[in-house]
Design a protein. Structure first.
Lengths: 416, 183
């Protein structure tokens, strides 16, 4: 019997030739991230992490520290990294959102199993790796280098047709959330295949793997191809062990998403499944107070390039504040080199330091009561970005830029 | 040891209750403290956390309970509100793992939404998976954790700490190898 991509990675990492859904395995972990000290290590007299080269440390949610409390937390992370000899610690200025920084530094190779604190650890699926979020059990992974996993059932999304030039992975993902619901993939491996999966840029695949968790997925995997290696070559620390599904792999469900007639999409409050074509809501003139271009979902160079192209020679609406938070220091630097910051600041946007920014509601752009934000981030749950009385709407970078210009949620096609 | 059989009064919640609702950023990032914390929990249901839910109560929820961010949301339910268990049509995987890793009983039970009216008294047995509706005299079966499975062990042992200690005992080479490396 054939295996899916997730099954192959879990089999490989648990030393088995075959695994089946529902089975519990002990899997070796290729990498994990830490965001603070792990008190249990001292409590149990553990003096080493399982591998100093496979544990990565970065502070992304509050960079740089806005309060003394956060500054102390940041220092505690740094002290922890020093004490345990963690080689890969990223100080501010070389930092960024973990899911962006770690691949930039080659900590993800095709076929890897990465578990990390932060729900968007599914992102690594775009590199043909299995990325799954954890939290309470981080200490277990850091000490032992392994973790129990339940082999998930796999479901297949065949991305069919041809994606229009004005759509990106974000639009595909919001369409999937609208059509199949945000619980379609709970505790399952999502595997993206088909011609549009190949057509998508690596960045768009990143968006979709990242938002796999928004439809409940344990992991959300693409196959590796030239685009994957174009990014990873020269960065990867480990030999790739790419996986593809066997022809007779068992999928619990198979869905076909025809992308040919896809339109720019927007998720209205308070769930990604409340997604609609932007064109269908534009007539409602949904006022925008904040336009946020940021997060691990859509704040890479290609995302910022789209916004810069749309805002070139135009102005952010007088009633709108547009905040641009690049995903990493590398992205920040590259955007500076390409002149995007000049374009965006001339248009009246505010460029911030790299990191998670406003997305998790910590700092750099929280929303006031009754405000509305059009955001390139990943989730629009009530209270996500500040006040529980505010609204977050999700869309592609192009739609965020177009809405920033018009002052209401607007279709980007007239600017493209 | 976690008590694997709990009884309590029920509160019902709908689909996709996110960790942003259970543990809003305002709590997570320390923007509210003290009494303000309770008032911030579940802004979709004002007043519930601050004055309605009582220690020992049980949450019954629809699909995808605990979706979203990686937050210690099970701790908020158990430690701040005293919730005794959550029974749901399905859970976010991350919430479920976080719950069993602190020995907090959570049970997947398809059909639970139809089987319980808010306020019903129920008994949840995580060991057998059986949920008894004491108010209505009915019974429904959820997905028990096999006793020898890692989540089954975590629940029975009361969470990660004893689980990890046992693992280290079973793998003496881990500490030994590291001690050798230090010499």
């Amino acid at each position: 019997m054939g295996m899916t991509m997730a099954e192959k990675i879990l089999a490989s990492r648990s030393g088995k030739s075959v695994v089946a859904p529902g089975e519990y395995v002990w899997a070796k972990v290729d990498g994990t991230g830490v965001f603070g000290p792990i008190p249990m290590m001292e409590e149990l007299g553990i003096e080493q992490v399982y591998d100093t080269a496979r544990v990565y440390a970065v502070d992304d949610h509050f960079a740089p520290s806005p309060t003394v409390e956060r500054a102390n937390a940041h220092k505690a992370l740094k002290d922890f990294a020093t004490k345990y000899g963690i080689e890969n610690y990223f100080e501010y200025g070389r930092h960024g959102i973990l899911h962006q920084v770690f691949p930039e530094h080659g900590y993800v190779s095709p076929g890897d199993l990465i578990v990390s604190v932060d729900s968007h650890s599914t992102s690594y699926g775009c590199f043909n790796a299995m990325g799954a979020p954890i939290m309470e059990e981080l200490s277990f992974v850091v000490i032992t280098g392994q973790l129990w996993m339940r082999v998930p059932p796999s479901i297949k999304f065949t991305l069919a047709g041809t994606l229009p030039a004005y759509c990106v992975g974000k639009d595909v993902m919001l369409k999937i959330a609208a059509d199949y619901g945000t619980d379609v993939a709970v505790y399952k491996s999502v595997e993206f295949l088909g011609p549009v999966a190949a057509q998508l840029s690596l960045g768009s695949r990143f968006t979709m793997s990242n938002m796999g968790v928004e439809i409940g997925a344990k992991c959300a995997i693409f196959e590796a191809d030239d685009k994957t290696y174009e990014f990873l070559e020269g960065r990867m620390k480990r030999e790739p062990q790419p996986v593809s599904p066997d022809p007779d792999a068992r999928y619990e469900a198979e869905y076909t998403v025809d992308c040919t007639n896809l339109e720019p999409m927007v998720a209205l409050p308070h769930d990604p499944s409340n997604s609609h074509p932007v064109a269908a809501v534009e007539s409602e003139r949904l006022r925008v107070d904040q336009a946020f271009l940021g997060s691990c979902t859509n704040a890479r160079v290609e995302d910022i390039a789209v916004a810069a192209k749309i805002l070139q020679g135009r102005q952010v609406h007088p009633d709108v504040r547009m905040i641009v938070t690049p995903a990493s220091s590398e992205v920040w630097h590259e955007c500076a080199r390409l002149g995007y910051w000049e374009v965006l600041s001339a248009a009246g946007a505010m460029i911030t330091n790299p990191g998670c920014g406003a997305c998790p509601g910590g700092h750099l752009g929280l929303l006031a009561d009754q405000e509305r934000c059009i955001s390139s981030s990943n989730r629009n749950f009530q209270g996500r970005m500040g006040s529980p009385l505010a609204e977050v709407c999700l869309a592609s970078p192009a739609t965020v830029a177009a809405s920033a210009i018009k002052g209401y949620i607007a279709d980007p096609r007239e600017f493209m | 040891m976690t008590n694997l059989v709990v009884r309590g009064r029920t509160w019902k919640f709908g689909k996709n209750i996110s960790t942003d609702l259970i543990m809003p950023g305002a709590i997570l990032w320390g923007h509210v403290r003290g009494e303000g914390r309770k008032a911030a929990i579940m802004p979709n249901r004002p007043g519930w956390a601050a004055s309605e839910v009582r220690p020992g109560d049980i949450i019954v929820a629809d699909t995808n309970f605990g979706c979203g961010s990686s937050r210690p949301a099970p701790r908020i339910l158990r430690e701040e509100l005293g919730v005794a268990a959550v029974v749901a049509e399905s859970f976010s995987r991350l919430f479920q793992r976080n719950a069993v890793n602190i020995g907090f009983p959570v049970l997947i039970c398809p059909g639970i939404v139809a089987a319980v009216e808010e306020g019903d008294e129920i008994e949840v047995n995580v060991d057998t998976g059986v949920v008894r509706n004491l108010t209505r005299g009915t019974e429904i079966r959820g997905e028990a954790y096999p006793p020898d499975s890692p989540p089954g062990q975590l629940l029975r042992m009361g969470g990660l700490r004893p689980f990890l200690e046992r693992w280290l005992e079973e793998h003496p080479e881990v500490k030994a190898k590291r001690e050798a490396a230090r010499r």
